[in-house]
Design a protein around this ligand. Structure first.
Ligand SMILES: Cc1cc2nc3c(=O)[nH]c(=O)nc-3n(C[C@H](O)[C@H](O)[C@H](O)COP(=O)(O)O)c2cc1C
Length: 177
């Protein structure tokens, strides 16, 4: 699928078939994750591939905002100690942007492969650290489901509303063609 077709079709999927995700597709999505930039090009971003149903169940228990019933979860997290040591105090913020960049790569790659995904943010950091055995200096930024969406055919969305494009200065509208 071409990039602009994937951009058009991308959406947040919360309902999935129980079908497993082929290993090849998972690896392609992980490649997309790895191709996202990081501030200062530092290796402080991580991902945990979760496909053990017991771990997925435990994640749902600490993350009620995760409505998706997908067979795979990608947990994108930052080693905040490394991020701030190598990038400075701005690392705490820039690493969140880095996580978002990786998340969008995951979402677009999943779409291009005919799979579904979505962003979710977890508020219960202590709980997810226990579930995944993460040290305190790691912050979970995104938990993204991956699977075969139930309604693939209804994936085409209308153009995004709510985004404003300004021209040279705040308040000067740029009319998109
Ligand atoms: C940073 C971020 C966090 C989000 N967190 C959640 C979440 O916790 N649970 C959820 O169901 N959807 C979550 N979403 C998905 C949005 O609700 C969804 O993207 C939005 O409704 C627009 O729908 P669309 O992606 O299909 O265009 C999140 C999206 C973003 C960008």
């Amino acid at each position: 699928m071409q990039l602009f077709e994937a951009l058009k079709r991308r959406r947040a999927h919360r309902n999935y078939l129980p079908d497993s995700v082929p290993r090849e597709a998972i690896d392609k999505v992980l490649y997309a994750f790895s191709r996202a930039p990081t501030a200062s090009n530092r290796p402080y971003r991580h991902v945990i591939l979760v496909d053990d149903p017991r771990v997925i169940k435990a994640i749902h228990q600490v993350h009620p905002a995760l409505l998706a019933n997908a067979p795979v979860l990608l947990v994108i997290f930052t080693d905040v100690t490394v991020a701030t040591a190598r990038t400075g105090p701005v690392g705490e913020l820039s690493s969140l942007i880095d996580a978002g960049a990786a998340g969008e790569n995951v979402l677009l790659a999943a779409t291009a492969l005919g799979l579904g995904s979505q962003f979710t943010m977890i508020s219960h950091q202590a709980g997810i650290r226990v579930v995944l055995g993460l040290p305190d200096h790691c912050r979970v930024d995104l938990i993204m489901p991956l699977g075969v969406p139930v309604a693939r055919e209804s994936s085409v969305t209308s153009p995004r509303s709510g985004n404003t494009v300004h021209h040279n200065q705040f308040g000067v509208t740029y009319d998109l063609s």
